[in-house]
Design a protein around this ligand. Structure first.
Ligand code: NI
Length: 167
């Protein structure tokens, strides 16, 4: 396994729609392992392939919750989402230092392939529902700052520019 470099806001790789994975093979399993290692090194709860510059519909999640063992998902689709929404704070390893409240459907049903290439269906609420939606957004080139009001987004981008100058 190897920790990879995480692409930061401004990198075009984050804005591309990722390509579907054609086969869950050893290469994809290695990518999942690398994503997990990269995510742990950065102390995150989720990481998607575009964040390490790979155009593939793959992400990994580890909520550090014994009830939800770490997992990777390939070619995920949202089958159902609740009308009811939930507001919760989000951050992103590609936009370190920024956090904001994001409103999303409270519950989702997501289906994809696991690391063996077998179908996996996940019915989620709470933090898991939020993280799943955040990671699937990454596969479509969407970031959490796109899901807040234009005014909040402007403030976040201003803070981001300031953080970049200071670092
Ligand atoms: Ni993110």
């Amino acid at each position: 396994m190897a920790a990879l470099q995480i692409r930061l806001l401004g990198d075009p790789a984050l804005r591309r729609k990722a390509q579907p994975v054609t086969a869950v093979d050893d290469e994809i399993r290695r990518l999942m392992d690398d994503l997990l290692e990269t995510m742990y090194a950065a102390d995150g709860v989720g990481l998607a392939a575009p964040q390490v510059g790979v155009s593939g519909r793959v992400f990994v999640v580890d909520l550090r919750d014994p009830a939800v063992p770490p997992f990777g998902l390939v070619n995920p689709v949202v089958l159902e989402q609740s009308q009811e929404t939930d507001r919760g704070e989000e951050g992103c390893l590609s936009i370190p230092g920024l956090r904001e409240i994001v409103e999303r459907p409270a519950r989702v049903v997501v289906e994809g392939l696991d690391r063996e290439g077998l179908p996996r269906r996940i019915e989620a609420d709470g933090l898991l529902a939020r993280v799943l939606q955040h990671e699937i957004d990454h596969l479509d080139g969407v970031l959490f700052i796109d899901r807040v009001s234009p005014l909040k987004r402007q403030m976040l981008l201003k803070r981001w520019r300031k953080l970049k100058v200071e670092s």
